[in-house]
Design a protein around this ligand. Structure first.
Ligand code: OSB
Ligand code: MG
Length: 369
């Protein structure tokens, strides 16, 4: 593949329902789509950087800048045999994993299309159907939360994740457990606590949670190891794992027992696969996280989830939970068994709806040699 052109687009999509975490409440997404042209074909990716720097340092605007000024110049005009070469080519750029991952993803889609293979097969995936969970944000009331959980369980989802923060934690989980004693339940704190909250975090041990996700600082491994020694509930790390090396260190320190893999956060499919291989060899279960992606990013997440180490239900759910009309055809659908069936078509396996994308486009830039 010789990349002639990389196109960046910002599309704006309102969320069906606001999404609130410990760090913000959002009502719509600004999404950065990438499109790489080579050998007469195009591949599609999505940069998962959000609008603000509250999840990590990256934003859609920082990613735009890094892609335009540093990533595209490295890749345009270069002959690439396998998309696994891209991550090493970008190594000199420190961090900015979502920017890198957003471009790398488009190359993988393109390579799979050229080879006439579904992306999941090209990546080495084996599962034909992947289990799905849902991530439910902080609501205005516990009643609203219970209603949402009921809806998602009826739809077949196999695991419920709720967001927590100080003031929306113990009582909420207690009430959810009372209503749903048997379900697979977990909580995601997005770094809202510190070791000073040890007593509260230990009190959650009584609720038989599958795991607690990222309770402590976004860049910490040491305090999480201390916390894990004091908890029965497994800790799952999200923000703290930026690449396979972080996973190695987290496992060595005992900072977590489960890892949430996000393509953007780790900088793309190649790094996600390295992380996957390490965790599989070391018996650490994985699941695929989400960043409220549009269908393009969602399709990439689904392909990655076909790797055999993704044994737990992910945060990858149906398009309609997020967007009234997704930007791919068909939209992502979930079976009544709470699974997504891997598509057989080449590439990401869903077609970007180019006319709809044109209508939603707020900004576009074409990067060429
Ligand atoms: O921490 O997993 C997270 C969404 C945005 C930013 C961070 C997170 C999330 C989610 C939603 O939990 C996952 C999804 O449904 O896409
Ligand atoms: Mg998380």
């Amino acid at each position: 593949m010789r990349a002639e052109k990389i196109e960046l687009r910002e599309v704006r999509l309102p969320l069906v329902h606001f999404f609130e975490t410990s760090f913000h409440r959002i009502h719509r997404r600004r999404i950065l789509l990438t499109r790489v042209y080579a050998d007469g074909q195009a591949g599609y990716g999505e940069c998962t950087a959000p609008e603000d720097p509250f999840y990590s340092h990256e934003t859609i605007d920082s990613a735009w800048h890094i892609i335009r000024d540093f990533i595209a110049p490295q890749l345009l005009g270069r002959t690439i045999v396998s998309s696994s070469e891209i991550s090493p080519l970008l190594r000199r750029i420190r961090g900015h994993n979502m920017a890198k991952g957003g471009v790398e993803a488009a190359f993988w889609d393109l390579e799979a299309r050229i080879k006439q293979l579904p992306l999941w097969k090209l990546l080495g995936g084996v599962e034909r159907e992947v289990p799905c969970g849902v991530s439910i944000g902080i609501q205005d009331s516990i009643e609203q939360l219970l209603e949402k959980i009921t809806t998602e369980l009826k739809a077949g989802y196999r695991r419920i994740k709720i967001k927590i923060k100080p003031g929306w934690d113990y009582d909420v989980i207690e009430r959810v457990r009372r209503e749903f004693p048997e379900i697979n339940l977990m909580a995601d704190a997005n770094s809202a606590y510190s070791l000073e909250d040890l007593e509260l975090l230990r009190s959650l041990d009584g609720f038989n949670l599958m795991m607690i996700e990222q309770p402590l600082a976004h860049d910490d491994l040491v305090d999480h190891a201390e916390l894990q020694r004091q908890l029965r509930t497994p800790i799952c790390l999200d923000e703290s794992i930026r690449h396979a090396e972080d996973a190695r260190k987290a496992v060595a320190l005992g900072s977590c027992r489960i890892i949430n893999v996000k393509l953007g956060r780790v900088g793309g499919h190649a790094e996600a696969r390295r992380l996957h291989d390490f965790c599989r060899q070391n018996g650490v279960p994985l699941w695929c996280g989400g960043m409220l992606e549009s269908g393009v990013g969602r399709a990439h997440n689904i392909a990655m989830s076909s790797l055999p180490g993704f044994t737990l239900p992910g945060d990858v759910s149906a398009s309609k939970r997020y967007y009234q009309r997704d930007i791919i055809k068909p939209p992502v659908e979930v079976t009544p068994r709470g699974t997504i069936v891997l598509p057989d078509r080449p590439g990401i396996g869903y077609e970007p709806d180019l006319e709809w994308i044109d209508e939603l486009t707020a900004r576009r830039e074409v990067l060429e040699l």
